[in-house]
Design a binder for this molecule. Structure first.
Ligand code: PBG
Length: 325
């Protein structure tokens, strides 16, 4: 036998030398849930280790992340029912707690990156990402609402806009609106291939944003489809997206690989709430070695082609595995 692959696995140094994928903290994005009450902290039961924070507490959380080497964040508002209506009007109010918070956060942490969430569901009395008329989620009537939301977020200081709604044509509409108002340097991280997934369950609990009726299958993608992700990628590229996102991540590593082969844009993958909850639950029962499984999961997402990983593990990963940072 002349060829023996085991030679390159002989010890830790050799394995380190030939390792093909290295995770770096720079590629991680940590999702944060914001509450209106500035002093509040509410742990999310189905996501051990993750809480919803009021701004004062969130500042502490961001500070800890920055000190651990995590510098990128995506921010979601947990909006009280009393602010919700059919048109997600509250999302456009420049004095709402979400837009007020980003002004403070950018002042305190100018070097951090903050990504927004554009979709109607956190603010909508119908709990859908688009406008509901006669029981249908209407596309074109939703676009002006989304682009106004994106503009309000850019004005408040978000670095990157994150449309998570899956309406057709929204990336182009948002790009035009941002450009018309001079925000040519505010980027768009598009949720390009966002699947109608059961793995969003804990997130909807965190934001109390589950649809009041029906499901999201007329706008989020069918999990059986792969080529359709390329079609969405074509559109988002043409419409001016700066990042293409696949969501969820772990059941969709093939789609991440397809998009990274197909497009020259950076590919982001959202390792979602249910994926986090599954591993935490198995770890709590002692059914899996958490400290080994967690980096294996994150590395698999990077190996499949994601250059950016949005993950609830980000802070813990940084603190446990990059302690020398
Ligand atoms: C909705 C949105 C969802 C997530 C991010 N933005 C849930 C949904 O589509 O219902 C899920 C994130 C997660 O599960 O971690 N605009």
């Amino acid at each position: 036998m002349r060829i023996r692959p085991r030679r390159n696995r002989a010890n830790a140094s050799v394995r380190g030398m030939v390792r093909e994928t290295r995770l770096s903290l720079e590629q991680l994005v940590y999702p944060l849930f914001l509450l209106e009450d500035k002093q509040a902290v509410q742990p999310i039961l189905s996501m051990p280790g993750i809480s919803r924070f009021g701004l004062e507490k969130l500042m502490v959380e961001v500070d800890e992340c920055m000190n651990s080497g995590v510098t990128n964040f995506i921010l979601f508002p947990a909006v009280d029912e009393k602010h919700k209506d059919k048109y997600a009007t509250y999302s456009l109010d420049a004095s709402n707690f979400y837009l007020s918070a980003i002004r403070e956060l950018k002042k305190r942490f100018p070097e951090a990156v903050f990504i927004s969430d554009v979709a109607m569901d956190p603010y909508s009395s119908d709990g859908h990402d688009g406008l509901v008329i006669d029981g249908k989620i209407v596309n074109d009537e939703t676009l002006p609402i989304l682009s106004a939301m994106a503009l309000a977020q850019a004005e408040a200081g978000f670095d990157i806009i994150g449309p998570s709604d899956m309406m057709d044509g929204r990336v182009g509409e948002i790009r035009d609106t941002l450009d018309d108002h001079g925000f040519v340097n505010v980027g768009i991280m598009s949720y390009t291939a966002k699947y109608a997934s059961a793995f969003y369950g804990p997130f909807r609990e965190a934001l109390d944003s589950a649809p009041k009726s029906g499901d999201k299958k007329t706008y989020q993608m069918d999990y059986a489809n792969r080529n359709e992700a390329l079609r969405e990628a074509d559109l988002d590229e043409e419409e001016g997206a700066d990042f293409l996102m696949v969501k969820p991540a772990l059941c969709y590593l093939d789609v991440i690989r397809d998009l990274s082969n197909y497009s020259s844009l950076p590919i982001a993958a959202y390792n979602v709430s249910g994926e986090y909850a599954m591993l935490k639950a198995a770890a709590e029962r002692g059914w899996i070695d958490y400290n080994k499984a967690m980096p294996e999961m994150l590395t698999s997402i990077a190996r499949s082609g994601a250059s950016v990983i949005l993950t609830y593990f980000a802070k813990e990963y940084a603190q446990k595995f990059h302690s020398k940072f």
